[in-house]
Write a protein that binds this ligand. Structure first.
Ligand code: NAD
Ligand code: DAU
Length: 336
C-alpha cells in the first residue's frame, strides 16, 4: 500500500510513520508537512537517510496543485494528521486554526475526491465533543459542542468529512482520540513542558485548581487505532479511541515530579485557560467491537517510557525550542 500522510513531522504523525513502516514491509509513505513551528524534519531523519519506502515533501495541505500532484495513481490512501494542534495558541489567534484545520482538511478531501483515492482517514479529537461533568463518557453519538477555537476548527473538518461522505460517497473515516503522550511531543503540551520545567527546577504552571481530567493514551496505541481505521474502518463511520486512563492534571504533574525525584513544591497554580474543558473520557466500545481496538500500555508504564525518552534525548529538546517557541512561551505564561 502507498500512503500519503500529512503532518508526519509532528508528534503523532512521526510516531505513526515509524510504526507503520516497521510493521508493514510492503507499505511506502510520502509525508507532506509544512514544517510549522511544531513540525521537525529531524523526527524522521534516520528514515530519510536509510529507508527507500519513505519520502518527505515540504508543503502545505492547502496547496491544491501540490496535493493533486502528490496524489498520483500510485497512491492508495491518505491519512490526514496535519493541523494546528495547541489549544492555547488557538486562544491567542484562531485564524491559522480555521485556515489549516478546516480549509486544509477540505482541500485534502477535495483533491482525494478528484483523484478517486480509495480511502481517506481524517484524524480528529475528543475535544470536538466539548466537556463532560463528573460522570459519563463521550460516544460517537454525543453531539459536537466544541469550546475552544482549536476544537471548533476540528469539529468543522469533521462536519466537512460527513458532508463529503453524504454528498459524494467519499470514502472517509474519522477518528477521534483522547490526549496522547509519548516520544517527540512538542514541549508546549502538558507532559513535556512539565518535564522541562522540573528538570530546570522551574515552577510547573498548573491551570486553575489542577482538577481538570484528561484520558491519556500512549501515542503508539493511537497510531494502532488509526491503522485499524485505515485497514478495517467502515466508510462514513467515526471511531473513538481512548486510553482508559483518566487523570487529573495534578495527578499527571505529580507523576512527572515523582519520576524525576523532584519536590511537589515546584507546582504553581496559575490563571486558568479560558473555556477550559473540565473533563474528557472516551467510550471506545464501538472501535473495540468493530476494529478490535484496545489500548495496550497502561499509564504507569507509558509514563516511564516517555520520561525515559525525554531524558535520553536532550539534544532533540534543545533543537525544538526555537526563538518562536521562546517568544510564545514567555508571553503566554507571563500573563498567567
Ligand atoms: P503536532 O502539532 O505535533 O503536529 C502537527 C504537524 O502538522 C506538524 O508537523 C506541522 O508542521 C504540520 N502542519 C501544520 N500545518 C500544516 C499545513 N498547513 N500543511 C502541512 N503540514 C502542516 O500535532 P499532533 O499532536 O501530532 O496532532 C496530530 C493530529 O492529531 C492533529 O490533527 C490533532 O488534532 C490530532 N490529535 C492530537 C491529539 C494529541 O493529544 N496530541 C489527540 C487527538 C487528536
Ligand atoms: O484531547 C485531545 C487533545 O489533547 C488534542 O486534540 C490536542 O491537539 C492536544 O493539544 C491536547 O489538548 P489539551 O488542551 O488537552 O492538551 P494540553 O497538553 O495543552 O493540556 C492538557 C491539560 O493540562 C489541559 O487541561 C490544560 C492543562 N495545562 C496545560 C498546559 C500546557 C496546564 O495545566 N498547564 C499548562 O501549562
Amino acid at each position: 500500500m502507498k500512503l500519503l500522510v500529512t503532518g508526519g513531522c509532528g508528534f503523532i504523525g512521526s510516531n505513526f510513520i515509524r510504526l507503520m513502516l516497521a510493521k508493514h514491509p510492503d507499505w511506502s509513505i510520502v509525508n507532506l508537512d509544512l514544517l510549522t513551528y511544531a513540525g521537525n524534519r529531524l523526527n524522521l531523519a534516520d528514515l530519510e537517510e536509510n529507508e527507500s519506502r519513505y519520502t518527505f515533501v515540504q508543503g502545505d495541505i492547502r496547496d491544491r496543485e501540490l496535493v493533486l500532484d502528490l496524489l498520483d495513481s500510485s497512491v492508495d490512501a491518505v491519512v490526514n494528521f496535519a493541523a494546528e494542534s495547541h489549544v492555547d495558541r488557538s486562544i491567542n489567534d484562531p485564524s491559522p486554526f480555521v485556515d489549516t484545520n478546516v480549509g486544509g482538511a477540505q482541500n485534502m478531501m477535495e483533491c482525494a475526491r478528484q483523484r478517486r483515492i480509495g480511502r481517506f482517514v481524517h484524524v480528529s479529537t475528543d475535544e470536538v465533543y466539548g466537556t463532560l461533568g463528573r460522570d459519563g463518557k463521550f460516544t460517537e453519538r454525543t453531539p459536537l459542542a466544541p469550546n475552544s477555537p482549536y476544537s471548533a476548527s476540528k469539529a468543522g473538518a469533521d462536519l466537512m468529512a460527513r458532508a463529503y461522505f453524504e454528498t459524494y460517497g467519499f470514502p472517509v473515516v474519522v477518528t477521534r482520540c483522547s490526549n496522547n503522550y509519548g516520544p517527540y511531543q512538542f514541549p508546549e503540551k502538558l507532559i513535556p513542558l512539565m518535564f522541562l520545567n522540573a528538570c530546570a527546577d522551574k515552577p510547573l504552571p498548573v491551570y486553575g485548581n489542577g482538577m481538570n481530567v484528561r484520558d491519556w493514551i500512549y501515542v503508539d496505541d493511537h497510531c494502532t487505532g488509526v491503522e485499524l481505521a485505515l485497514t478495517k474502518g467502515l466508510e462514513g463511520d467515526v471511531y473513538n479511541f481512548g486510553g482508559d486512563a483518566e487523570k487529573t492534571n495534578l495527578e499527571v504533574v505529580k507523576t512527572v515530579l515523582a519520576q524525576l525525584g523532584k519536590p511537589e513544591s515546584l507546582i504553581s497554580f496559575v490563571k486558568d485557560r479560558p473555556g477550559h474543558d473540565l473533563r474528557y473520557a472516551m467510550d471506545f466500545s464501538h472501535a473495540r467491537r468493530e476494529l478490535g481496538f484496545a489500548p495496550s500500555l497502561d499509564f504507569t508504564h507509558g509514563m516511564q517510557r516517555t520520561i525515559q525518552w525525554y531524558q535520553d534525548n536532550p539534544e532533540w529538546l534543545k533543537k525544538v525550542q526555537s526563538g518562536e517557541y521562546r517568544t510564545f512561551m514567555t508571553s503566554w505564561y507571563e500573563e498567567r
